[in-house]
Design a protein around this ligand. Structure first.
Ligand SMILES: CC(C)(COP(=O)(O)OP(=O)(O)OC[C@H]1O[C@@H](n2cnc3c(N)ncnc32)[C@H](O)[C@@H]1OP(=O)(O)O)[C@@H](O)C(=O)NCCC(=O)NCCS
Length: 206
C-alpha cells in the first residue's frame, strides 16, 4: 500500500461522485447528520485547487476540501473522509495537516474553524492549534449554517437560535497563534518554581 496525499487538480474531478458516495455512506453508517454535497460542488473545489485527495494508485482513499465564508474572513476544512479499508493508519491526520497548510497558504488571514461531534476531528484539530469556542465565535454567514439543514439535529440548532447544538465549535485564530507568547513575569518564572521545589523538602525534614 502506497498512499499518496496531494493537493487535488482537475485530473481528479472524476472522483467527485465517489467522494460524495463515500461521505454519504459513512454518515449513514455513523447515524450522524451531514451537510449534503453534490458531485458538481466537489468537482468545483477540486478544479479550484481547494481540495486534498489521498490515492492508493488510482483508488480513492481520502479527501477534504476548503470552504470560505463571510467574505473570506472564515475558512472551514470540510468533508474529511477516509475509505473504511484505510482507517486507523494516520491517513486522516496527514490529510488534515495538508488541507490546514493549504488553507493557511490560500487564506493567511482567515480564521479556520470546524464544527464536529467526532472525537477524531477534535483530536486532530486540537493538535493543529484549534481551540474550542461557542458558536458565537464562528462565522455568522447564513450560507454556512444553511449547510446544517441536511443534519438530523437541525431542529436543535434552530431551537437554540443558531447559538448552540450538539457539535463542538473549534477555531484556529491566526492572529492569536502567530502572536509571540507573553513573557511570564519574573516572579512566576523564577520565584514560583524555586518555592515549589523547596516546600516538599522542608515538609519531609522533620
Ligand atoms: C474520522 C476519520 C476521517 C478518521 O480517519 P483515520 O484515517 O482512521 O484517522 P487517523 O488514523 O488519522 O487518526 C487520527 C486520530 O483520530 C483518532 N481516531 C480515528 N478514528 C477515531 C474514532 N472513530 N473515534 C475516536 N478517535 C478516532 C486516532 O486515534 C488518531 O488519534 P491519535 O493521534 O491520538 O492516535 C474516518 O474514520 C472517517 O472517514 N470517518 C467517517 C467520516 C467522518 O467522520 N468525518 C469527519 C466529519 S466531522
Amino acid at each position: 500500500m502506497n498512499v499518496k496525499i496531494q493537493v487535488a487538480n482537475s485530473s481528479h474531478a472524476k472522483y467527485a461522485q465517489q467522494i460524495c458516495d463515500l461521505i454519504y455512506e459513512s454518515a449513514q453508517a455513523r447515524g450522524t447528520g451531514i451537510a449534503k454535497r453534490s458531485p458538481e460542488y466537489v468537482a468545483e473545489k477540486i478544479n479550484a485547487g481547494k481540495a486534498v485527495i489521498a490515492l492508493d494508485g488510482d483508488k480513492l482513499v481520502g479527501f477534504s476540501y476548503i470552504e470560505s465564508w463571510g467574505h473570506d474572513k472564515f475558512v472551514a476544512n470540510s468533508g474529511l473522509i477516509v475509505h473504511p479499508d484505510y482507517r486507523n493508519q494516520g491517513i486522516a491526520k496527514r490529510i488534515k495537516k495538508r488541507i490546514f497548510d493549504l488553507s493557511r497558504k490560500l487564506y493567511p488571514h482567515a480564521k479556520i474553524f470546524s464544527i464536529t461531534t467526532g472525537l477524531a476531528v477534535m483530536k486532530m484539530n486540537t493538535e493543529l492549534g484549534f481551540k474550542p469556542v461557542p458558536f458565537s465565535e464562528l462565522t455568522d454567514d447564513e450560507e454556512f449554517w444553511k449547510g446544517c439543514q441536511g443534519c438530523r439535529n437541525f431542529d436543535i440548532l434552530q431551537r437554540n437560535n443558531y447559538k448552540m447544538c450538539l457539535c463542538t465549535g473549534l477555531l484556529f485564530d491566526p492572529e492569536k497563534e502567530m502572536k509571540p507568547k507573553r513573557e511570564r513575569p519574573f516572579a512566576k518564572k523564577m520565584v514560583k518554581p524555586i518555592l515549589k521545589k523547596k516546600t516538599p523538602n522542608k515538609l519531609f525534614k522533620k
